[in-house]
Design a protein around this ligand. Structure first.
Ligand SMILES: [Zn+2]
Length: 159
């Protein structure tokens, strides 16, 4: 199967507990930007000016590719419970969440197939839930009489 790693935008930087620079991505994952010569040469990461030049640029996010749930997400919305009779047709076609919006597919009873654009189809049967990565195209296929709902997550709002 053809596979493309999700491209994410660098939105900030911070240092981890070992003093290594971590790029903050718009998917809410962090990615180490090490400057540890001779293995990794990233002089740019050492200065504020250097880091500023990388803001807004894109990098591949392997954590998205592996459906890794970011820390600190909070639920802000959930759908009603759907059945094979009430499932919105849009969920059965290719669709995607907006940037920064993560989701979980929770099957209450029965079974469905979660088909992400990248990777293999995943069969969801309780208690296994599906993780939907921001902006990744996906669709659902119902396998049996099923009851399920979807939860949506983002970062806690800082105001
Ligand atoms: Zn990511």
């Amino acid at each position: 199967m053809w596979k493309e790693i999700m491209q994410r935008t660098i939105v900030g930087f911070h240092r981890d507990e070992e003093d290594q620079w971590v790029a903050e991505l718009d998917c809410y994952h962090g990615q180490h930007m090490r400057h540890t010569p001779p293995f990794y040469e990233r002089f740019w990461v050492l200065t504020e000016e250097g880091r500023a030049t990388r803001l807004g640029t894109q990098v591949e996010c392997l954590k998205c590719d592996q459906f890794e749930w970011p820390e600190k997400l909070v639920e802000f919305k959930r759908t009603p419970e759907f059945t094979e009779e009430t499932v919105p047709a849009g969920l059965l076609r290719d669709h995607r969440t907006k940037g920064g919006i993560w989701a979980k597919i929770n099957v209450v009873e029965g079974s469905l197939l979660y088909l992400p654009e990248t990777g293999e189809p995943i069969q969801l049967t309780p208690p296994r839930f599906g993780i939907i990565v921001p902006e990744m195209k996906h669709s659902l296929q119902l396998l049996s009489p099923v009851r399920f709902y979807v939860e949506f997550y983002h970062l806690p709002t800082i105001s």
